[in-house]
Design a protein around this ligand. Structure first.
Ligand code: AGP
Length: 592
């Protein structure tokens, strides 16, 4: 996916932009480029392929070794194939304005048709129209800022746009509409711009996020934000992450590192929640509505189960992409939105729909300063640290930690201390699960040869198998269908055969026996069964058995989910897939 970086200040722009771009590599891209201003001219270098190729290209050509302002980009092709020409930055006809862009300009063909009469296009991208629009407007209005604002007003779609103009080298202009963009404040060294916070962390943790419809004028010593011509005041926030957290730290993949971080994540998220416990004023409500997408939605399903069982409050969980179309949303409800990125378009639209109905919105967000965190009435920070792997792992555990604690909080006093004691025992048990990694690898060698899998679980293990099946699909590309184990006999049992894998999640809990009966229905039909269960359960007729430590029944997802994450991870790596950048997927989905 595309990434944007910009820098203006005292340091050499090249030495800021290239390392920042390298920290965006995990997002996946097919070309990269950089433009700087030197002696009143824009100097441009762009290359199809990896950033290493751009670096080697820059060293071979006459590219300025020092400049104080520049922008860079990693492109993931949408309009036009990966090529040197289609790589960003794009220039207008005179070569004085450079533009980088993330997102999609939906009206680009109409704009291009008009512009082609007087402008020479050198790429097939939607982005290039922006450069020519600024060029035209600049002739009319004379000021880069006004011309930029005028050009941006003509764009439809989603975009984060960053531009420099050789005639006004003291500024970088930025605009955001439904695609993330943040400004990094690097004290006396200047200021940065990025589409993604982790790329800034080697320079600064102080950021100012932009909101939709805003324009920022970023200079060496100042940042000015405007909306519709009016100045917007916004205080910077300190990101609670450090650069080390966004590195692989010796792990082969970010995903594996993030799976191994989970014991700590549960500790950190619990500490964060308990530190805010006293401020938590959720007001009066009769019902809770939870929304989210993908993994965050699965966390919501577990939240429902805990809140209903522990706090006895009715909960509805809806996919954000569906909730938006509901005619009826019960007014006296508390609305909880869950999102790792805080930038998921569907979730944001669902929140806006809830706000139209006057509901109070509480969000569970991992990225502080994200749009969701700014649009919510109250934020419960999931505190998992930066998650770089596209497949969500540790952030799922952090979300379910918050939801479990929320259920305990909402339950009143009686069971609080026992339940808080129980969750504090969880991290060491997750460590025991992670120690099974080699054993799970051996099983994955066989799983990688299969084409289809059923994931089956009841009650608390049903959201778990939904998450497990999603992980397998996302990174190994093996078809996996989650089903409530009790529903299997109503249809999916027809799929059972020696070549279809059935992954049963059945920890020792109130539904254990019933799930095992379903398992026997599969093994009796020569189905290939992997059983994930608690140690010392006596179940026969399984192909492979993975045993987790004994745990209080409400907390089993903290142990069964990491098993399924490892199963997906090893299967995908055995198949040779790039688990951190699975095909077709983006870390934050800013399209609806
Ligand atoms: C998880 O592995 C996925 N990549 C995806 O389902 C993700 O959970 C979903 O897009 C929601 O993202 P969010 O939590 O950032 O809102």
């Amino acid at each position: 996916m595309c990434g944007i970086v910009g820098y203006i200040g005292k340091t050499n722009a090249l030495h800021v932009i290239i390392p920042s771009l390298q920290r965006l590599e995990y997002r996946g891209y097919d070309s990269a480029g950089i433009a700087v201003i030197k002696d009143g001219e824009i100097r441009l270098a762009k290359k199809k392929g990896k950033i290493s190729e751009l670096i080697s290209f820059v060293s071979r050509i006459d590219f300025p070794t020092f400049s104080r302002v520049g922008i860079g980009h990693t492109r993931w092709a949408t309009h036009g194939p990966p090529s040197d020409n289609n790589a960003h930055p794009h220039l207008e006809c005179s070569g004085k304005i450079a533009v980088v862009h993330n997102g999609i300009i939906e009206n680009f063909s109409e704009l291009r048709k008009k512009l082609e009469k007087n402008h020479k296009f050198t790429s097939e991208t939607d982005t290039e129209v922006i450069a020519h629009l600024i060029e035209d407007a600049l002739k009319e209005v004379g000021s880069f800022e006004k011309a930029f604002e005028f050009a941006v007003k003509q764009l439809e779609g989603t975009f984060a746009v960053v531009s420099i103009f050789s005639g006004e080298p003291d500024r970088i202009l930025c605009a955001r509409y439904k695609a993330p963009l943040v400004i990094g404040l690097w004290d006396e060294n200047g200021n940065l711009v990025s589409s993604d916070i982790p790329s800034l962390l080697i320079f600064t943790k102080k950021i100012i996020p932009l909101s939709d419809g805003e324009i920022a004028i970023v200079k060496e010593n100042s940042v000015e934000i405007k909306k519709d011509g009016f100045r917007v005041e916004r205080q910077p926030i300190e990101v609670p992450w450090d650069a080390q957290q966004a590195e692989k730290s010796g792990f082969k993949h970010f995903m594996l590192k993030e799976i191994y971080e989970q014991p700590h994540v549960v500790v950190d998220t619990t500490a964060e929640f308990l530190s805010r416990w006293d401020e938590l004023n959720l007001g009066e409500f009769q019902k809770i509505i939870i929304t989210g997408c993908g993994t965050s939605y699965h966390a919501g399903l577990l939240g429902k189960l805990w809140i209903e069982h522990i706090a006895k409050i009715p909960v509805e969980v809806d996919y954000a992409s569906e909730l938006r179309y509901k005619d009826y949303i019960q007014k006296n409800s508390l609305f909880i939105a869950i999102s790792q990125s805080g930038e998921t378009a569907d979730t944001l639209e669902a929140v806006r729909r809830a706000k139209e109905e006057g509901l109070k919105v509480v969000s569970l967000v991992n990225v502080l300063g994200s749009t969701l965190s700014r649009e919510s009435d109250f934020v419960l920070h999931t505190n998992a640290g930066p998650e770089i792997g596209v497949a969500a792992t540790k952030t799922f555990l952090s979300q379910i930690t918050v939801l479990y604690l929320l259920a305990v909080f909402l339950s009143g006093q009686s069971r609080k201390s026992k339940m808080l004691y129980d969750i504090q025992k969880v991290p060491e048990k997750i460590e025991e699960v992670l120690a099974l990694s080699d054993f799970i690898y051996e099983i994955s060698e066989d799983v990688s040869k299969l084409k289809n899998a059923l994931y089956l679980g009841r009650w608390i293990s049903y959201p778990v198998v939904m998450e497990g099946a999603l992980k397998l699909k996302e990174i190994s590309y093996i078809h996996a269908e989650p089903y409530p184990a009790g529903e299997m006999k109503h249809g999916p049992i027809a799929l059972v055969s020696p070549s279809t894998l059935s992954v049963f999640v059945a920890p020792r809990d109130r539904v254990f026996k019933k799930t095992i009966s379903n398992l026997h229905e599969v093994s009796a039909r020569h189905g290939k069964v992997i059983l994930i269960t608690t140690k010392n359960t006596d179940v026969k007729d399984v192909w492979k058995k993975i045993e987790i430590p004994d745990v209080e029944e409400f907390l089993s997802p903290f142990l069964t989910v990491p098993v399924l994450q490892l199963l997906a991870y090893h299967t995908a790596t055995i198949l040779g897939h790039d688990v951190d950048q699975p095909r077709n997927l983006a870390k934050s989905v800013t399209v609806e």
